[in-house]
Ligand binder design. Structure first.
Ligand code: ADP
Ligand code: MG
Length: 266
């Protein structure tokens, strides 16, 4: 198995109002090429910080430890080597530019194609993310699309330059359940077709289990447990992981942690 990325003793401290916030503490984690890994944990557990660290987007002064990227360029270019999908597609889409042009621009910037080639590629991408009418979608502005369709466009832009690694950070958290399931299925298909490595970040352990082969559980900046999805879901070693599972399943028994504290919207 080829290692895409190796994280050793990674600690991240943010400075806020003169004091330090420990966002990640001594994390050790290897990510294999072409695996589907889920990062789960409550809000504030350090998941997004880990994504930024992986992408090399945090200031060196806030990081200690090592991140080796044998499967990526040493200084990966976000957007080319690593594709990002976030919770709010509106944040990554320009509201005043047709979506076809936005995707074409990513392709042009990173792959050096002509506009004509880039638009052809953008159309193919809109087809791949299954927008109903890719030809007219090229000319659509973000506000003309539904939330699910905007997220499909954001995914098309994220994979446009052919990244080896796709990081989806709460990419389905703002969507309703049916659209959520469609987007999860789409991500699964695209990742398989392109042989991408997936880091799927979510507070929702059930959704993570649908998509990932392996799950890493974070709490208060610590990696509390990591294992194969079946092991984590069926025989979690940590009480915290069990609490996440119980809270999701919503058994009649009082969950150890209320839904509210997990930020569930269901
Ligand atoms: P998650 O994605 O799991 O919700 P984050 O990685 O966003 O968690 O945050 C981890 C911790 O770091 C939280 O305590 C959060 O408040 C803090 N934090 C995140 N970003 C910053 C920042 N830019 N400046 C200061 N503190 C931050
Ligand atoms: Mg986050």
């Amino acid at each position: 198995m080829t290692t895409l990325l190796s994280i050793r003793d990674l600690t991240v401290n943010y400075r806020r109002d003169g004091s330090e916030v420990a966002a990640l503490r001594s994390i050790n984690l290897d990510i294999a090429a072409s695996e589907r890994l889920a990062i789960i944990g409550e809000s504030g557990s350090g998941k997004s910080t880990l994504a930024l660290a992986i992408a090399g987007l945090l200031p060196a002064s806030s990081i200690s430890g090592r991140i080796d990227r044998p499967g990526l360029d040493h200084a990966p270019i976000p957007g080319r080597d690593i594709g990002f999908v976030f919770q709010d597609p509106s944040g990554s889409l320009d509201p005043v530019m047709p979506v076809g042009k936005q995707i074409a621009e990513v392709v042009r910037t990173h792959l050096g194609l002509t506009w004509r080639q880039a638009y052809a590629k953008a159309r193919t991408l809109l087809e791949r993310v299954r927008l109903p009418d890719p030809d007219s979608a090229l000319d659509a502005f973000p506000h003309q699309l539904s939330g699910g369709q905007k997220q499909r466009v954001a995914i098309a832009a994220a994979i446009a330059a052919g990244p080896k690694l796709l990081i989806a950070d709460e990419a389905t958290s703002a969507l309703d359940t049916i659209v959520q399931a469609e987007i999860v299925a789409l991500i699964r298909q695209l990742v398989a077709e392109d042989g991408m490595t997936l880091v799927f970040i979510s507070h929702d352990i059930a959704l993570a289990a649908e998509l990932a082969e392996r799950i890493a559980v974070f709490r208060h900046g610590e990696l509390v447990e990591c294992g194969a999805t079946a092991q984590i879901v069926e025989t979690p070693r940590q009480a915290y992981t069990r609490a996440l599972l119980d809270a999701h399943i919503g058994l009649d028994a009082e969950p150890l942690l209320g839904r509210h504290s997990l930020g569930h919207t269901r």
